[in-house]
Design a protein around this ligand. Structure first.
Ligand code: ADP
Ligand code: ZN
Length: 225
């Protein structure tokens, strides 16, 4: 069953790499008080820790491929089973394939729940390439910057913690091209699935992050839409 009338708290963010899912998920966590669940962040944390999972997935992340469905499925099942996700969540980067969407349906149905909204964030491809090639991240605190659109005060240094900024391994041009290809092939078919189900929201991802958040919130049932 979906969330009670007038609220939408079980959300999934969709869109090609670079449309701003991570930033919007963090903003929605603040606005709605639900946890931000990012499979990309979980996988990168595993790589950083050098855990067995991290060793298994490192090479896949570096070449822009998808981690096996069973692996991310286990992560998601565990994460959504924690108490803080009982009353809602914003998924970022999951589901990314049809089997993952099936798993999500089963996990939620097992609790008498369903996804309230799938939010498709759309940005034209030239802008995506510009965003990803210029992105810099702080490995210490996770803050993100852009060399031209959102530069740090001191070049190469995180404003928040002073960490040395770097490029994500998968933000180089050949890997970006592969991520976009994989998105078109494996993830974009999910849009139609949620459209048919009547839970799809399509949102223009251009403009300042706050503007995009405002568009999403305005379209959510119980928040304005
Ligand atoms: P982006 O959306 O910008 O590509 P993410 O941080 O969501 O970035 O994902 C980074 C990488 O992590 C992906 O390219 C993929 O290798 C892996 N990954 C993340 N989520 C999934 C998933 N649901 N299924 C398979 N692989 C995933
Ligand atoms: Zn930092």
């Amino acid at each position: 069953m979906p969330s009670p009338a007038g609220t939408a708290r079980r959300l999934a963010l969709f869109g090609a790499p670079g449309v701003g899912k991570g930033v919007q998920a963090a903003a929605l966590r603040e606005r709605l008080g639900v946890p931000h669940v990012s499979t990309g962040d979980m996988l990168r944390a595993a790589v950083k820790d050098g855990s067995p999972l991290g060793r298994k997935v490192r090479a896949i992340l570096e070449r822009g491929g998808l981690v096996p469905d069973e692996v991310v499925g286990d992560l998601i099942r565990e994460r959504l089973g924690r108490p803080d996700a009982g009353d809602g969540f914003v998924l970022d980067g999951f589901p990314r394939t049809v089997p993952q969407a099936d798993l999500l349906d089963r996990v939620l149905a097992g609790r008498g729940r369903a996804l309230d909204r799938a939010i498709n964030i759309v940005v034209p491809e030239p802008e995506i390439l510009d965003r990803l090639t210029g992105r810099r991240v702080c490995p210490e605190c996770g803050a993100t910057y852009h060399v031209r659109h959102n530069p740090p005060r001191v070049e190469g240094r995180c404003d928040a913690c002073g960490g040395a900024l770097r490029q994500r391994e998968d933000d180089t041009e050949p890997v970006i091209a592969e991520r976009l290809r994989v998105y078109q092939e494996q993830t974009s078919p999910l849009i139609e699935r949620y459209q048919r189900r009547g839970v799809l929201l399509t949102v223009d991802g251009r403009g300042r992050p706050e503007e995009v958040t405002a568009r999403i919130v305005a379209a959510l049932p119980g928040q304005g839409g």
